[in-house]
Design a binder for this molecule. Structure first.
Ligand code: AHR
Length: 337
């Protein structure tokens, strides 16, 4: 009897391979799953139900976010999932209630790009109580892999800040008065880029950060913040480190508005590698941008596939990035989001 069943399963699998059936484990009647925190089969997959996946995005206000969301949606579709999507619109409390709604819909897996490191840990509590397994992407949240979430897929924000700092130290030959325009307070993107930048410039006593203000990763907020700083500190500013390109581009507008020349009077460096920023590097208005890879789709769904199949996954996956300045901007432009 056992032999007959095995033969039948092999025949069905063989027919599927030949007919090009979907490889999405969600469609497979035999797929079983293991979360990092429990090595037991995922009942929703094992009983043949379609695995339900949601993506909770923290905001959609910049090209980086749009590229990331589009890539997750593309990969979800290609892997056969009807993705449930929510956008917290830059509001940590809204994201917690988004996650509550997602969990109430009986979702199996939550892909979470959380706004803040500490405050967003409430999202993990909600998911844990509901038995929803979490894959963190982009920004880390306070918690433990294998207990509060399965795995974290991100970029190395410390490295990004360090690259920006090293480039600036070289450009300014170790001397200058710097303004830091930082990203969302409490986010790992802002905290780690700050730490990486400070680490990179620390051996240059002539480099001094004379002002550091948040502009929440927003172009318009950065522009008005920089306008105010220019009014008070005027001509003493040598350079600006903006935690993302949107803010770097807002800073450039403010510099121009003050009658100064970005790239000559004040050097600006930022992070993300978005298309407009790479063009600004080519035109000389932006000194450099350190990329922050927004293409999470394939890796996220590959890792999810492993989890569903019960394979081991790592606690952390880090995507690669690079620095773009006048030397490689032309060549990198076609790759920019
Ligand atoms: O967390 C990544 C950062 O968030 C990107 O640098 C920024 O543009 C986005 O909003």
């Amino acid at each position: 009897m056992k032999k007959i069943t095995l033969t039948l399963i092999s025949a069905i699998m063989g027919a599927c391979l030949l007919a090009g059936c979907s490889t999405n484990p969600a469609d497979s009647k035999t797929a079983s799953s293991t979360a990092a925190d429990s090595k037991t089969a995922d009942s929703s997959a094992a009983n043949g139900n379609k695995v339900k996946v949601a993506f909770s995005q923290c905001q959609s206000s910049d090209p980086w976010r749009i590229a990331q969301t589009n890539d997750i949606k593309r990969a979800a579709k290609e892997n056969g999932y009807d993705l449930i999507y929510t956008d917290a619109q830059g509001n940590t409390s809204k994201q917690i209630s988004d996650v509550e709604d997602i969990c109430a819909q009986g979702v199996d897996y939550l892909i979470l790009d959380a706004r803040e490191f500490e405050a967003s840990a409430a999202c993990l509590d909600v998911a844990k109580k509901a038995g929803v397994k979490v894959i963190l992407i982009d920004r880390l949240v306070k918690g433990t892999a294998g207990e509060d979430y399965i795995t974290y897929i991100g970029t190395d924000f410390v490295w990004e800040g360090k690259e920006a700092g090293k480039w600036l130290a070289d450009k300014l030959q170790g001397k200058g008065k710097i303004v830091e325009i930082s990203g969302t307070a409490g986010s790992t993107a802002a905290m780690d880029r700050h730490n990486g930048f400070m680490e990179a410039i620390k051996d240059n006593p002539g480099m001094e950060v004379i002002a550091s203000q948040t502009a929440d990763f927003s172009r318009s907020e950065a522009q008005s913040t920089m306008e105010n700083i220019l009014q008070s500190s005027g001509n003493s500013i040598t350079a600006v480190f903006a935690h993302n390109d949107e803010m770097g581009l807002g800073v450039i507008q403010a510099i121009k508005g003050a009658g100064l020349e970005p790239g000559k009077d004040i050097t600006v460096v930022s992070c993300d590698g978005q298309s407009d920023a790479v063009k600004a590097v080519i035109s000389g208005q932006l000194g450099a941008t350190v990329t922050c890879n927004p293409y999470y789709g394939d890796i996220t769904f590959d890792v999810l596939d492993k989890i569903i199949k019960g394979e081991d996954v790592k606690d952390t996956y880090i995507l690669e990035d690079t620095l773009i300045d006048s030397k490689n901007a032309e060549e990198r432009l076609p790759l920019a989001h």
